[in-house]
Design a protein around this ligand. Sequence first.
Ligand code: ADP
Length: 531
Amino acid sequence: MASIQQTPNGPVLVLKESALQQKGKDAQHNNIAAAKLVAELVRSSLGPRGLDKMLVDSLGDVTITNDGATILKEIDVQHPAAKMMVEISKTVDNEVGDGTTSSVVFGGALLAKAEDLLKKDVHPSVIIEGYQAAAEKTLEIYSQMAKKILPDDRETLLKIATTSMQSKLISEDSDVLSKVVVDAILKVATKKAETYSVDLENIKVEKKAGGSITDTQIIKGIVLDKEVVHSGMPTKVEKAKIALLNSALEIEKTEMSSEIRITDPTQMQMFLEEENRMLKTMVDKLHNVGVNVLICQKGIDDIAQHYLAKYGIMAVRRVKESDMIKLGKATGGRVISNLDDLTEKDLGIADIAHQKKVESDKWVFVEGCKNPQSVTLLIRGGSQRVIDEVDRSIHDSLMVVKDVIEKPEIVAGGGAPESYAASQLKEWADSFDGREQLAIKKYAEALEIIPLTIAENAGMDPIDTMATLRAKQNQGRKWTGIDARNTRIADMLSIDVVEPLAVKEQIIKSATEAACMILRIDDVISVSGAR
Ligand code: ADP
């Protein structure tokens, strides 16, 4: 459709002949419909009784998951407004790690409620203003209702981790896994003044299909998916003194191609012996400094391997750079590039370095580090698909525990904060005049989608449940929510369903932002054949 503007000098062609344009209400309607569809897609997976999705890609590979961000990442969304909804889940995932499904479901509800107002001819900018005011108020209500905790309060951190696992495949094993997650975070958390910070890079996650989910464990050190390089070397070294070398234990080849002319066999012999001697000097150096384990980022020459084996030094080669850094943090060692610089002070220390069989592979475990700043989580489970989902869920749990340690404030789950904020917002809305009041009330109704969906997914009657929930909330029982496991209404704090305030805040911010952005659009122009 070409767009032609009339000017005093005649018509001007503004858009190309092939441009497709949707204007005003049509554009809004289509955008909202697309965004709502995305929300509808993940809605049934919200909460502990939510169902999983099976995603099949073009190669037939199957992913089974309940994680909103993963579902949306895998599906190929076309519509631009739908893409914006997918973006919400990505932002929430990056910022706080959990709450991805909730943010998309809430974003969809905000748009659905806005549509009611658009039909009544309320202008989008009025809705946007109302929504933004309501979002700010909701954040204020959340922050007032939140409970402050001590950042290293292990009991509460365990409850946070367990709650995040409730809606996942691993919920049955959450008592074991939450301990693994919390211990890992507490090990790598660093304290500055009164605040903690956590770098998840310091938690290495290795996974291997086999065993059961409860075999998942934390290793106070680093696990390398590599074998000891030479069969003559020890496969178990106690009181390990570890050299971390990021260059090759080989004779350096020259950059230019060179030629050596040898005229008799003794020269050849001398040449080889010299190479041999140089490698032996390198290994002697390691031995003299007291090294009994060598971890090398590059290759190790066969002859060097032989000498290392003779000295009883265990060696692993071609280790990833990221693992070298983690090994440094775990063992207190320094990664060095030049062997000549190596001193005893550079060596890492661990109780034991040993090669263990993990299913059909042999891996090297560097364990029992004193004050490890880096640890490994070894994930186990019946099949590749299971461990992949365990990995995703553990990632979410690590993130929420990190959130709480860094910002130690919590709220209850099960839709309690949402329904409390909704009832407060409705009251607050009365202080506004006219149409903005309508928008704020709609925002409050949209918030109720969270308890409503948790209840629906648990098979509870939505109308009765919401009526009872509202009544309890109006009596001021702010922690009342949906106990989906026992299909009843309960005080969520007393049944230990708790979440980080940071997650709840991020859901409000991201969903409101996306909904307002979509509402602001009144023209969609797609130019086919452009560029
Ligand atoms: P998200 O990706 O948004 O975290 P989930 O499917 O993990 O979505 O569901 C999270 C929601 O489920 C949160 O609102 C949380 O409070 C709620 N929830 C977790 N455990 C329970 C429980 N035992 N009973 C009721 N609701 C729960």
